[in-house]
Design a protein around this ligand. Structure first.
Ligand code: NAD
Length: 282
């Protein structure tokens, strides 16, 4: 039976630690979150981020813009926040309404305020092995929980299902930088179970319920479930068939209570790191 990796407890511990550090500061780190439109899932995520930012002792600034916000209006808000000394981190909640392309905005956020690590300068630094100003939050949280549970990474086979810019691609670089042998699978991958059965570390980030079943998992593997799916009864589920996979995995993250809270903890860590960077420059 697998060890359940408790992302909620670890996240609370990380945020408590940040709170202690912040209580000794003269000023407070400032996190600005921009939400465009009314997508219910995004509204829940933003509320959660605000709650934890306040809990950590930060200033939290939520900018809720209407669904019909123009490109110029959003660019103007980003520029204002870039120039605001009270703001250390800027997060543009994705996805944006279909009319707007994230690519038109993510590279306009000051890379030193890019708390999500999505600016091309930060993703470029990750690829070349330099230290980005901030690391993408979900991949950072995944590495943190693997380390917490002392899962060896170097020389291990890591398989990631999902190739998004926010999870699969940056995570592949982090695992590669830690000397894993990394395979990225996606919707066009053939014979997926043959690939996943080789994984010492299996990460699923597809948003498809029951994407990972017991027959796809190697005995003793660490299984990380990034997926967030709301089922018909309104319950949150992940990609992994948790009840059956936990019978053979060595470690497994639950949904909820796994990678979701780790992502928020990473966001808080990034905000404090960017605050320290800005203070060091003053
Ligand atoms: P996305 O929706 O941009 O992409 C999904 C990926 O899954 C694609 O690369 C696609 O190729 C792959 N995929 C889809 N069907 C597949 C199949 N049948 N076989 C193999 N691969 C398949 O992904 P995203 O934005 O990275 O989000 C993925 C999931 O993770 C969603 O459920 C999202 O809500 C969740 N998520 C959770 C957190 C968190 O904090 N826990 C953070 C980010 C995303």
């Amino acid at each position: 039976m697998a060890i359940i990796m408790d992302g909620k407890a670890l996240s609370n511990q990380i945020i408590e630690n940040i709170k202690d550090k912040v209580s000794n500061l003269d000023t407070k780190p400032g996190l600005a979150v921009i939400l465009v439109g009314e997508a219910p899932a995004s509204a829940v995520y933003v509320k959660n981020k605000e709650k934890q930012a306040l809990n950590a002792g930060f200033h939290s600034f939520i900018h809720k813009l209407p669904e019909n916000t123009t490109k110029e209006e959003l660019l103007s808000l980003i520029e204002k926040l870039n120039n605001d000394n009270d703001i250390d981190g800027i997060l543009l909640q994705l996805p944006l309404p279909k009319r707007l392309s994230a690519y038109d905005f993510l590279d306009k956020i000051d890379p030193k305020k890019d708390v999500d690590g999505f600016h091309p300068i930060n993703s470029g630094k990750l690829i070349t092995g330099e230290t980005p100003y901030a690391l993408a939050c979900t991949p950072k949280g995944i590495i943190r929980i693997l380390d917490e549970y002392k899962i060896p990474i170097s020389g291990k086979n890591a398989v990631i299902i999902g190739r998004s810019n926010i999870v699969g691609k940056p995570l592949s670089m982090l695992l590669l930088n830690r000397n894993a042998t990394v395979t990225i699978a996606h919707s066009k991958t053939k014979n997926l179970p043959d690939i996943t059965k080789n994984a010492d570390i299996l990460i699923s980030a597809t948003g498809k319920e029951n994407m990972v079943t017991k027959d796809m998992v190697k005995n003793g593997a660490a299984v990380i479930d990034v997926g967030i799916i709301r089922d018909n009864s309104g319950k949150l589920r992940g990609d992994v068939d948790f009840d059956n996979v936990k019978e053979i995995a060595g470690h497994i993250t639950p949904v909820p209570g796994g990678i979701g809270p780790m992502t928020i903890a990473s966001l808080m860590e990034n905000t404090l790191e960017l605050y320290n960077l800005h203070k060091a420059k003053l």
